[in-house]
Design a protein. Structure first.
Length: 406
């Protein structure tokens, strides 16, 4: 029997039950409020302190792997831990356990709104959009202090925001990220604060890693080509959500501008429905990327409902699976190169700029329509950032209170 304090390795990770992994992550998926940073704290308490599947250095290195990759960092950390514990079935079990609770709740919310017919016009839903302004503002504030704390990186963040606002759509967003990486690699100073690399055994061969990365890039390049040749909305939606999941650095909030630029101009989801769902997503536990399930459920084109939710959810998370499996055997080689670290610092600063641009459009332009809306934004931001009220409670109270006074 494998002892709890032993780290999983290639010889014993297949002997641990995927069901065990699923149940542990299901509990986390039901209770992990507060966003990706909070999720990583919950994971450390569960896997380092309580279950002792990992030690602190190993956990820190897994987090470093996933911070380097685009996509939802906390979900990717979970996938990596599941892979270590029980191989590929464990990776899938970890993702399912952590993702299903919020995905089901948001899909149910979306299906219910569609059934209401005119539900998107309610004042309480506008309250959710107003609260979303405060949530994104807090994310910009917090990420800016961490990822763009000095003049060069703050300037890079502002330039990235300007690029994104002046050149709407994926081109501006991808361009801002590439600009951040190039500026970081060549102009930012090196960060010498990186610790030693732990010796982790993920049970992923180099061949499997290369195949996974090749499939990631094949889909990233091939799906747009296929979507242009075939007039199929399901294929187009899968392509859009796959690209969004492939290009997001910085966590769940940053997926907002990418998804908005894909689904709103195409007419798949209205502005009101988009921002109402984004507000509701703050009130559920688990990864914010499950917002994709909500968007699929309220889509104005087929597939919609539960089928649309499943399609969009798989599409937005599939890049994370492929990147994590591909990166695990390569991480030790990449992490030792200082240029990679500098590029990531530039990319992280550009991510702050992307979120700053999203705060203006669509969050502010569609959420704040009257002086009372502005007052609600200030009150919600005060509650979130200074009084430390949980986001889910701020969202619920914001929607209810606005429904009465709006």
């Amino acid at each position: 029997m494998t002892k709890d304090h032993e780290l999983p390795n290639e010889g014993n990770n297949q002997n641990n039950s995927p069901l065990e992994v699923f149940l542990v992550f299901l509990r986390l998926g039901l209770t992990s409020f507060g966003g990706p940073v909070a999720h990583l704290g919950y994971f450390r308490e569960a896997f380092v302190q309580r279950l002792k599947w990992l030690d602190d250095q190993s956990y820190a290195d897994i987090v470093a792997v996933c911070q380097f990759l685009p996509g939802p960092a906390s979900s990717q950390v979970g996938i990596a831990i599941g892979q270590m514990r029980s191989g590929f079935p464990g990776a899938l079990a970890a993702w399912l356990g952590f993702t299903l609770p919020s995905a089901l709740l948001l899909t149910l919310f979306g299906v219910s709104l569609v059934a209401m017919g005119d539900g998107f016009t309610g004042t309480w839903l506008h309250g959710l959009k107003v609260v979303a302004v405060a949530v994104v503002a807090q994310a910009v504030w917090g990420m800016g202090k961490t990822l763009a704390p000095d003049a060069p990186r703050a300037t890079l963040a502002v330039v990235a925001a300007a690029c994104t606002v002046m050149l709407p759509g994926p081109a501006g967003q991808v361009g801002a990220i590439l600009l951040g990486g190039l500026v970081g690699a060549f102009l930012l100073p090196a960060d010498d604060g990186q610790g030693t690399v732990s010796q982790l055994h993920f049970g992923v061969s180099m061949r499997a890693g290369v195949i996974s990365l090749a499939l990631f890039f094949l889909l990233l390049i091939g799906l747009p080509v296929l979507a242009s040749f075939f007039d199929n909305t399901a294929l187009s939606m899968f392509d859009s959500f796959y690209r969004a999941g492939s290009l997001v650095f910085g966590g769940g909030h940053v997926v907002l501008p990418l998804l908005e630029s894909e689904v709103v101009p195409a007419g798949w989801v209205s502005d009101d429905a988009f921002l109402a769902g984004y507000g509701a997503a703050q009130a559920v536990p688990g990864p914010l990327f499950t917002f994709a399930a909500y968007l699929g459920s309220v889509s104005a084109v087929s597939p919609t409902g539960w089928a649309g939710a499943a399609l969009c959810l798989v599409a937005v998370f599939l890049p994370s699976f492929l990147l994590v499996i591909g990166a695990l055997p390569l991480w030790g080689l990449l992490r030792s190169r200082k240029g990679v670290g500098r590029a990531m610092r530039g990319i992280n600063a550009a991510v702050v700029g992307l979120l700053l641009a999203a705060l203006y459009n669509p969050v502010w332009t569609y959420g704040v329509k009257a002086p009372m809306d502005y007052v609600f934004v200030l009150a919600a931001f005060l509650a979130l950032d200074f009084w430390k009220v949980p986001p889910w409670l701020v969202v619920i109270l914001g929607g209810v209170i606005y429904g009465f006074v709006g």
